[in-house]
Design a protein around this ligand. Structure first.
Ligand code: MG
Length: 215
């Protein structure tokens, strides 16, 4: 194994970012859509069937449908990430990633924009240099599959599929495209799984508490 590709959300960090999702969503849409009135925002939610259960990616899809570009998604993400509503997160041990980067070439393929990932990393003291590449599986792609990026990475590295391990929390989005390419996969539901897999002795939990001035 030479290359490890990580998913980001739910894999390198976990935890429910929103304590009051509905008010949070309304609030953040005010940021993403500054010219929209309260009524227009509610209409927007209705038009795209956005509810309490909606995921960030569904909001992103709605913003893109509305504006025909990924810019809405990027703005939405970059403006809301470090709001106070962002609750305590548990993040993967930065030391673990640092160690791993000495043995393997690490990549991230995520449905979150690169700018938002690197911004997280600054706050979490994770050095982007530990990764050989970070890719955004853009929502503009009609049939987004991470496999496109997995293949690119494999070609760039000049390795066989069996030399690539893909680590993710979402079987359909993260792992199935890798299996189709013949890559190895590891399904993670908690950091301890990953630590155990690589024989890493983790000490303590790594949490991140946003500060007021992060907003
Ligand atoms: Mg994920």
């Amino acid at each position: 194994m030479k290359v490890i590709i990580f998913d980001f959300d739910g894999t390198l960090h976990t935890g429910e970012p929103w304590s009051n999702w509905h008010s949070y969503m309304l609030d953040t849409l005010h940021y993403a859509l500054p010219k929209y009135t309260e009524k227009q925002i509610l209409e927007f939610l209705e038009k795209y069937n956005l509810t309490l259960d909606s995921m960030t990616s569904q909001i992103a899809d709605a913003l893109i449908s509305e504006f025909g570009t990924a810019q809405g998604m990027v703005d939405f993400q970059s403006k809301n990430i470090y709001r106070l509503e962002y609750q305590k997160l548990e993040i993967i041990n930065p030391g673990f990633l640092k160690n791993l980067s000495k043995k393997y070439n690490l990549y991230i393929v995520s449905n979150s924009p690169v700018a938002s990932i690197t911004r997280h990393f600054e706050h979490w003291e994770i050095d982007v240099k530990w990764f050989k590449g970070i890719f955004f599986n853009q929502f503009e792609n009609k049939n987004p599959t991470k496999g496109v990026f997995y293949r690119k990475i494999m070609e760039k590295e000049g390795v066989a599929p069996a030399d690539v391990l893909v680590v993710g929390d979402n079987v359909r989005d993260d792992l199935v495209p890798a299996e189709k390419l013949g890559m190895r996969t590891f399904h993670t539901t908690m950091f301890q799984d990953i630590y155990d897999f690589f024989g890493f002795k983790n000490k303590g939990k790594h949490t991140y508490h946003p500060k007021c001035n992060d907003a």
